[in-house]
Design a binder for this molecule. Structure first.
Ligand SMILES: NC(=O)c1ccc[n+]([C@@H]2O[C@H](COP(=O)([O-])OP(=O)(O)OC[C@H]3O[C@@H](n4cnc5c(N)ncnc54)[C@H](OP(=O)(O)O)[C@@H]3O)[C@@H](O)[C@H]2O)c1
Length: 285
């Protein structure tokens, strides 16, 4: 089994920062994203390496095609299931009440788990999302999903859901970085007790050489990726960087070990430019 060497004092799995979801479930603020992590031995190795670094939170999805290997990697790592927070998501083709329930059975069967820690609707599918949400409420009630939430929900999607749901979402996972701060989404989520998760927090690499970011990184003696992750942690977001490389898994995890000054945070805040690197749900009806 590969392990990852880290140098200097390290943040242990137990010491890492967490947030409390509305139903009291605790979520580690730093999670490993596995979108485009190839399924099979590669995903299992990445998950083992990440757990060896200290990660205790993995963000997968049915559509990533690697749920089974994420779960197997956790088993191979030797940590107990209850020590790792696992998220999966209901893909668009699977939305609707009955379809969502069936899709979730499929996810649990692939993972050979009794429950997931967080189950998200991957996208606000028109005409189906409210029915899909009812299915998530049922799964949470049954304890098969410890917490439920949404992804790519913009303010108009969230308002509609909040007006119709019995259980409000615990989480909204959206693309978020200093270059796309989603302030309107965050304001609404904060008002309604919804934790915001930042996906593509490293801008998929698109801004890692941005001069302003590089200057801050040099100032604090950290890498640009670590500064982006740290900014999200200090904003009280859940941050989900993806890497398959052992040295970057360790580098990214070490973003838990330093602090950005208020001045640096304010400079990062000034980088807003509406940069969308993935899909853009703003115009989704
Ligand atoms: N809900 C949604 O709709 C949605 C959409 C997109 C993403 N997500 C979630 O968010 C996670 C992260 O987003 P993402 O994968 O789009 O992008 P990201 O985390 O912003 O960036 C990943 C890219 O950065 C590279 N990288 C990682 N660490 C680095 C470092 N320290 N220095 C330089 N480059 C580094 C990775 O390459 P290597 O792997 O080669 O290191 C990869 O190319 C996903 O894996 C997924 O779990 C959710």
């Amino acid at each position: 089994m590969n392990t990852v060497a880290t140098t200097g004092p390290t943040t242990s799995a137990a010491q890492q920062p967490t947030l409390s979801l509305r139903n009291g479930v605790t979520i580690p603020q730093l999670g490993l994203g596995v979108f485009r992590t190839p399924s099979g031995a590669e995903t299992r190795r990445v998950v083992r390496d990440a757990i060896a670094c200290g990660y205790r939170h993995i963000d997968t999805a049915r559509v990533y095609g690697n749920e089974a290997d994420v779960a197997e990697g956790i088993r191979e790592s030797g940590v107990v299931r209850g020590d790792v927070f696992v998220t999966t998501k209901i893909w668009n083709d699977d939305q609707g009440y009955d379809q969502t329930l069936r899709a979730f059975d499929g996810s649990l069967a692939r993972m050979r788990f009794d429950y997931v820690d967080l189950l998200l609707l991957h996208w606000p599918v028109p005409q189906k999302r409210l029915q899909s949400w009812r299915a998530l409420e049922k799964l949470q009630k049954e304890g098969r999903a410890r917490a439920i939430g949404v992804s790519n929900f913009m303010p108009h999607h969230l308002r509609e859901l909040l007006a119709h749901c019995t259980q409000p979402p615990s989480v909204n996972q959206v693309e978020l970085s200093p270059y796309l701060q989603q302030r309107d989404v965050c304001t609404l989520c904060n008002e309604d007790g919804i934790v915001v998760e930042a996906y593509s927090p490293l801008t998929k690499g698109a801004r890692l050489t941005h001069p302003g970011l590089v200057r801050i990184a040099a100032d604090v003696g950290k890498s640009p990726a670590q500064v982006l992750i740290r900014w999200g942690i200090q904003k009280r977001l859940v941050v989900l960087p993806k890497s398959t490389r052992p040295e970057r898994l360790a580098e990214n995890f070490q973003a838990l070990q330093f602090h950005l000054s208020e001045e640096h945070i304010a400079t990062l805040d000034s980088f807003e430019e509406g940069l969308v690197t993935g899909w853009d749900p703003r115009k989704a009806p």
